[in-house]
Design a protein around this ligand. Sequence first.
Ligand SMILES: NC(=O)c1ccc[n+]([C@@H]2O[C@H](COP(=O)([O-])OP(=O)(O)OC[C@H]3O[C@@H](n4cnc5c(N)ncnc54)[C@H](OP(=O)(O)O)[C@@H]3O)[C@@H](O)[C@H]2O)c1
Length: 297
Amino acid sequence: MKIVIAGGTGFLGEPLVRRLTAGGHDVAVLSRDPAKVRAGRGVAWDGRSQGAWSAEVAKAEVVINLAGENIGEGRWTADRKRRLINSRLHATNAIVEALQKNDKHPTFVSASAIGYYGPHGDEILAEDSPRGSGFLAELVEQWEDAARKAESITRLVLPRFGVVLARSGGALGQMLLPFRFGVGGPIGSGKQWMSWVDRDDVLRAVSWLIERESAHGVYNVTAPDPARNRDFVRALGRALHRPAIMPAPAFALKIAFGEMAEEILLTGQRVVPKRLLAEGFTFESTDLDATLRRILS
Ligand SMILES: NC(=O)c1ccc[n+]([C@@H]2O[C@H](COP(=O)([O-])OP(=O)(O)OC[C@H]3O[C@@H](n4cnc5c(N)ncnc54)[C@H](OP(=O)(O)O)[C@@H]3O)[C@@H](O)[C@H]2O)c1
């Protein structure tokens, strides 16, 4: 298949491109810096306006959108918030515009996030749960709405990714350093839920959603059993053979990271992949201890 992927150089994108090319697909990677593309064919775009890249979209059977500035890196200043929103809306709008110019109707997989549900307590959240409150929830809604403009001309799939775990990079990459120095522990109260998912399962789920012609709409891409932060860090301590008793105090995180700490570190949500399970997808990593041991071995 001919596949176009925006954001194919990132933490999720690059391994996804490797998986798709290993499966025999022809993958064009839209990048602001095609020279850095290490998997797939690099194609230049600026993430906002039409250009030669839209000819790739015209030929594609599948278009995947993972582009956007990193949400978990550092404080959300007013300027960063603008860039977090604009990078997603401009990239998604540009892809939708390219899709609308064609007669061909490819599958369109546009990344989303469980941040849609906003900070929550113990209630279980599935795809039909309402949008939550906060900056991230509003951003995700705008991002999904931009992709939905292609709903009438494509098979639109909106995977809401959870906290994706891999050996380096992502949330786990950021959590490892204090543990390696023996000062890891729960974040704030540790009661908040973390809807984690192994990156390999994310790649398998995206491939499965592409191949399954009947799949459309929103899918939570999280492991079936989310964990509270305190249980997650205990499992991480066991996997690393390091203590996990040094709490990161809420006030210090609020000072260091402001609103970002309140929305993604000190709070969370208990999300389940109701649709993936109901439609027959099988997660390989369902046990947190075993997953962390394998990832970190
Ligand atoms: N990782 C997670 O745990 C997680 C969880 C939930 C949702 N998500 C979402 O899934 C998507 C992929 O995640 P990821 O972790 O792979 O992200 P990532 O590593 O930060 O990569 C995102 C990609 O977006 C492109 N990009 C960055 N800034 C851009 C801008 N201003 N304009 C256009 N493109 C830009 C970059 O490609 P070039 O530099 O090549 O242009 C980069 O490769 C993101 O939208 C993210 O929000 C991720």
